[in-house]
Design a binder for this molecule. Structure first.
Ligand SMILES: Nc1ncnc2c1ncn2[C@@H]1O[C@H](COP(=O)(O)OP(=O)(O)OP(=O)(O)O)[C@@H](O)[C@H]1O
Length: 665
């Protein structure tokens, strides 16, 4: 349950100093709010620029004080969908305004053409009847040419400004969406497909930014031409103009129906496009599995099915588009016929001149073409509303575990023990399956603790809870007695070095991958790189690579052996000099020599650090100071040193060791 405080006045003690904090509107999520002894304890980020833990000694909350997540969405997004859409163009307001000003210039010139043409036709007729000298024509033609050049320059300027603004909006929107994706809770990633998210970044963003720049400009031009064209028609002949207006109401009604349809179909198309991208992404990134099963043609068929879904939506859209554009085209042509017929009659009775009728015809041509332009604009805006609602879903969702909120405690806290107290937990996507029910375990500071147990008992879950990828349902995890819910997750992650069974390296160089562990803006000196590589037993092999630290590792580090990847991962983890080490069975699946090198590096790294080994094999735990044994239900069945556990005659650990027939030296 989220809460929004409209106004909060609060006195807080922070670092021993009493401070008064007043916030206007601010949103709390449930992890930030708890009550203790009837006093409100609020962990928040509202104090100054830095994140802080505010423990108010006196707190007074002034209403309204309301809750529920839907409320929050409303309070965060009071604007209409359309207003939100145009809000993303705000930073480009100057350029877009400039483009609109140039549009006014070029459209005015375009709209003046029929009027001038009408006058020229009447002038030509007068010259032909010898009522005027030929020389009258020259300044008119020269003036017209100058006007056209000005129109062309204005048009070019408009297009340049809009194109560049569109690209910048696309960039900003992509950044915003990517940032929102990066900030989401792990639960979000458990539920979302990578390909789908990539599709939002690539395709939805493009549709949205195109609509608020290029399409907006084209739409405004069409709108200006329709209004000015009709205005000029009224100026020249109100009777004839009235005839034309008969055609517009059915077009407007059709546009509303069509707009709604397009909005929905765009949502459906983008969703099914996302599904096909997701499928392609998964299969291409796992091509080895596909190939080893010989499933290439099967996958092609599956992909074909997915893109066929996209095609079906596209066909529906095409039908609607065809009807609507056919209708607007017909409306335009009807306008021309009506003008010709009624205008001809009026000219015959001397109500208008041939020049006026020609000008009127050109204006009706403009209006007809502009109705087509408006149809395009209308389509684009509605498509964009469909695509943008998928983007707002992402940017609006408030993560339950924010990346930064909470205190950054003094690093001396890291010298304290880590305790899991009365901990109950189930993964949010599998609520019915309890991984832990009332678990109590502790990790002694500076010591090595190994966790063993059958597959699926929750060993790795201990690590993800410590890293606050998820919060426990009840109970707490404390460092030095301080509940980590009040500590910034960033602080915890900065101080935990992780080496996992399958370390993921990113494409880039060896140096880039090690530097990824840096806490100072992704930067490291060559000396630092060398130091951590030596500690990780990686320096020797890196020096033998063709380009040393500048050697490219390929996607996911594919060009390196498993042992080399692990040692780079150890160097990466050591670069931030973590006080806590989380080793998720980092020595499995290696040959004996590599395993020795990795194990030696890890043993050196563990010295002086609180180390947690998630042991999937029992051979790795012998040197641990303490071993925690989980049963298949995630309960602790035993704990103690290796020798203590092996001395339990019918102990679980001893049975496990014997069962696996592991030989210890
Ligand atoms: N992200 C997740 N969403 C839902 N369930 C999960 C998730 N991750 C793990 N689980 C489930 O939680 C349980 C504990 O998983 P965990 O990975 O902690 O076990 P483990 O003891 O480390 O297993 P193994 O030794 O096989 O790696 C398992 O039943 C697993 O299927």
């Amino acid at each position: 349950m989220y809460m929004t405080l409209k106004k909060m006045v609060m006195e807080s003690k922070f670092n021993g100093i009493l401070r008064t904090v007043v916030t206007q509107t601010f949103v709390l999520n449930p992890t930030h709010l708890s009550t203790k002894n009837s006093k409100c304890i609020i962990y928040t980020t509202c104090y100054g620029a830095k994140t802080s833990l505010l423990r108010p000694t006196v707190s007074k909350l002034e209403g309204p004080f309301y809750s529920t997540s839907s409320k929050i969405k409303k309070s965060l997004n009071p604007k209409s969908e359309l207003a939100r859409l145009f809000e993303i163009a705000k930073p480009e307001l100057v350029n877009i305004s400039g483009a609109i000003a140039l549009l006014v210039v070029s459209s005015s010139i375009t709209l003046a053409v029929p009027f001038c043409m009408g006058k020229i036709i009447d002038l030509v007729q007068s010259i032909a009847n010898d009522a005027m000298p030929q020389s009258e024509m020259q300044p008119v033609v020269t003036g017209l040419c100058a006007l056209f050049v000005l129109g062309a320059v204005a048009n070019a300027g408009r297009i340049y400004l809009l194109q560049t603004s569109g690209q910048r909006i696309t960039k900003t929107l992509r950044e915003r969406v990517f940032e929102s994706i990066m900030a989401q809770d792990m639960q979000f990633f458990d539920q979302s497909a990578t390909g789908e998210l990539i599709n939002r970044l690539a395709s939805d963003v493009e549709i949205v930014s195109g609509a608020v720049t290029q399409n907006l400009s084209d739409g405004l031009r069409s709108l200006a031409q329709i209004s000015a064209g009709i205005g000029m028609m009224y100026f020249m002949s109100p009777d004839l103009a009235n005839v034309i207006l008969m055609v517009l109401p059915p077009v407007a009604i059709g546009a509303v129906v069509y707009g709604r349809f397009i909005r929905q179909i765009t949502k459906d198309t983008q969703t099914s496009l996302a599904r096909s991208t997701q499928m392609a992404d998964e299969r291409i990134s796992n091509i080895r599995t596909v190939r080893s099963f010989g499933k290439e043609s099967f996958e092609c068929k599956m992909y074909s099915r997915k893109v066929n879904d996209v095609l079906q939506f596209a066909l529906k859209e095409a039908k609607a588009k065809a009807v609507f554009f056919g209708m607007t085209g017909l409306a335009g042509n009807l306008i021309m016929v009506l003008v010709l017929y009624n205008g001809g009659v009026m000219m015959h009775s001397g109500q208008i001149t041939v020049g006026d009728l020609s000008a009127f015809l050109l204006y009706s041509g403009y209006v007809a073409i502009s109705i087509g332009g408006m149809s395009n604009f209308f389509t684009a805006i509605n498509k964009s509303l469909g695509a943008s609602s998928r983007l707002w879903e992402l940017t609006d969702s408030v993560p339950v575990i924010p990346l930064q909120a909470g205190v950054f405690p003094d690093n001396t806290l890291l010298k304290e023990d880590i305790d899991f107290k009365n901990l109950c937990f189930a993964y949010p996507t599998r609520k019915q399956h309890k991984v832990f029910s009332d678990v109590n375990i502790s990790f002694k500071s500076g010591k090595v603790t190994a966790i063993v147990g059958p597959s699926g008992c929750g060993k790795s879950t201990v690590g993800v809870l410590l890293l606050r990828f998820y919060d426990p349902d009840t109970g707490e995890i404390a460092i030095g007695g301080q509940n980590i819910k009040g500590i910034s997750p960033a602080w915890i992650r900065n101080n935990v070095g992780i080496v996992s069974q399958n370390p993921i390296l990113f494409s880039g160089t060896v140096g880039d991958n090690i530097t990824y562990g840096s806490l100072s803006h992704n930067q490291a000196t060559m000396q630092q790189l060398e130091e951590v590589s030596i500690q990780a037993n990686a320096y020797k092999f890196i020096s033998c690579l063709q380009d040393g630290f500048n050697t490219l590792v390929g996607e996911r580090g594919i060009t390196l052996s498993g042992g080399q990847q692990q040692r780079i991962a150890i160097a990466r983890a050591l670069l931030k000099d973590p006080k806590i080490l989380l080793l998720d069975e980092a020595t499995s699946a290696l040959d004996a020599e590599s395993e020795d090198l990795v194990r030696d590096a890890l043993e050196k790294a563990a010295i002086g650090r609180t180390t947690i080994i998630i042991a999937h094999r029992l051979s790795t735990v012998r040197r641990a100071d303490k071993i925690i044994v989980f049963d298949e239900n995630g309960s602790v069945s035993e704990n103690g040193s290796y020798n203590e556990l092996m001395n339990h005659e019918h102990g679980v650990f001893k049975r496990m060791v014997e069962k696996q027939k592991i030989l210890f030296s």
